[in-house]
Design a protein around this ligand. Sequence first.
Ligand SMILES: CSCC[C@H](NC=O)C(=O)O
Ligand SMILES: [Zn+2]
Ligand SMILES: [Zn+2]
Length: 373
Amino acid sequence: MASKGPEDEHPSVTLFRQYLRIRTVQPKPDYGTNPALSSILLNSHTDVVPVFKEHWSHDPFEAFKDSEGYIYGRGTQDMKCVSIQYLEAVRRLKVEGHCFPRTIHMTFVPDEEVGGHHGMELFVQRPEFQALRAGFALDEGLANPTDAFSVFYSERSSWWVRVTSTGRPGHGSRFIEDTAAEKLHKVVSLILAFREKERQRLQSNPHMKEGAVTSVNLTKLEGGVAYNVVPATMSAGFDFRVAPDVDLKAFEEQLHAWCQAAGEGVTFEFVQKWMEPRATPTDDSDPWWAAFSRVFKDMNLTLEAEIFPATTDSRFLRAVGIPALGFSPMNRTPVLLHDHNEQLHEAVFLRGIDIYTHLLPALASVPALPSDS
Ligand SMILES: CSCC[C@H](NC=O)C(=O)O
Ligand SMILES: [Zn+2]
Ligand SMILES: [Zn+2]
């Protein structure tokens, strides 16, 4: 009987036939790589952030595709697109019978959206991770609304800070001196003035990207027991994202100074504190960057190298000495991660697979480096 066309073939048969095409013929089977060289790690996280379903035009977990090809869903940008693009690019390269000097590993990790403390932070310390012998990693980036693609070589450090103010309590009808609220207000004003200064610094320089300045937002206010009771304690929570060129020790001193300026009994504690900012080289003398950026030149695509404004699992990889670039191949796409109606056009998604199909051979063929021995 004649073979059926691929469209009505059972997917298991298609998979079997793809496997048959890989030339694993002894004595030189094509599953061989050069295991002496460090590997390429393709990382993605599997968790996504919560949704406010009532603000979505389609069910965020239905993966609805509209008539123009826009796919709606939580994770379309952050970062289920990348997980599937890695798999599809590797599948395509395998079907075409390619093999490269360096091994390619893919990791699909949990917990990134809540800090990676039970995910990548632990994993990089495990013998199973060390056994991967990763020499270079790709992880998530952000969409870019223009024609260009963004790539991230560093990140800002997350500092989540709780400022607690203590003062004199009493009846809500009185002019009480030295209240917790007055002093908290002072700290909040000082920190928001700093925020405004950084905002202006970013706004006044059209060449500057968000990740290059320090941001802060007041994200929590806690305290109070009753409308007519002046509370003895009040607190404010801040989400700082500290730019990688900031002296972290000096910045911590600044936090002390702000609290001190507000008066007696004002202290702070860290809820989240990253102290190891790193940058992956982006000069053409670096072999990983040279291989990565060459692909974009060859494909005639524009690349914009930036500092990631938030945090990703890349920071744990960089901190253990693995150069990592954050890259999610989405140009002409608004940045919608964590937003309502997160979406990605299917053409952009498919183009991303093409890009990885060029990137992976380039990265997995970087010749032996001093760090490989
Ligand atoms: C510092 S842990 C928080 C991690 C989180 N990552 C993605 O959004 C972020 O807020 O950047
Ligand atoms: Zn993410
Ligand atoms: Zn996220």
